[in-house]
Design a protein around this ligand. Structure first.
Ligand code: ZN
Length: 177
């Protein structure tokens, strides 16, 4: 199971353990938009997160609080509690020559760029003209209502090291050298 170390942790499994802060939660989920298109899916027990550490969107974290292993929930999350509303100011035209000349530029491609305050932002190529490329700095799921069907597969207490790092360790979590 996600992030679990069976050799030293065999006694910590508790089917009635409720999801709250400082717990590692494994979920299987299907994410659809309002038109029933599947946007994302994980059904092999490989998705886990540290509850209370803003590892996942607020709307989903809130809906999972208090649930236990085996519980199933369906929740519809407004953009404000998901990836935010779309901000048209984040759509910008940049000169084609801002990209390396040998770099193919096609709609849908994503690049790391520098935001107004020097922070790293991911931008998606919206349209490509002869001289101008339109880039969109909104998250691809900004403005989208997110409909999750979730089965809670496992709940365990986080380790002290996981709490210190703010993320899950183990087979499907972060690996450190
Ligand atoms: Zn770590």
């Amino acid at each position: 199971m996600c992030g679990r170390d069976w050799s030293s942790d065999v006694c910590s499994s508790d089917l009635t353990m409720k999801i709250s802060d400082n717990h590692v939660v494994t979920i299987n989920y299907t994410l659809k938009d309002n038109d029933d298109n599947i946007l994302d899916k994980s059904d092999d027990g490989s998705f886990c997160y540290l509850h209370g550490a803003s590892n996942i969107i607020p709307g989903l974290e809130g809906a999972l609080a208090g649930k236990s292993s085996g519980d199933e929930i369906s929740v519809s999350i407004a953009p404000e509690e998901g990836y935010g509303i779309r901000d048209e100011a984040r759509i910008q035209d940049v000169p084609r020559n801002a990209f390396p000349p040998d770099q193919a530029i096609e709609p849908g491609m994503q690049f790391h760029a520098e935001g107004p305050e020097g922070q790293a932002v991911m931008v998606t190529i919206a349209t490509v003209g002869d001289d101008t490329v339109t880039v969109d700095g909104n998250h691809p799921l900004a403005g989208v209502t997110l409909n999750f069907d979730v089965i809670i597969a496992d709940v365990r207490e986080a380790s002290a090291e996981e709490l210190e790092h703010g993320h899950v360790h183990g087979p499907h979590g972060h690996h450190h050298d």
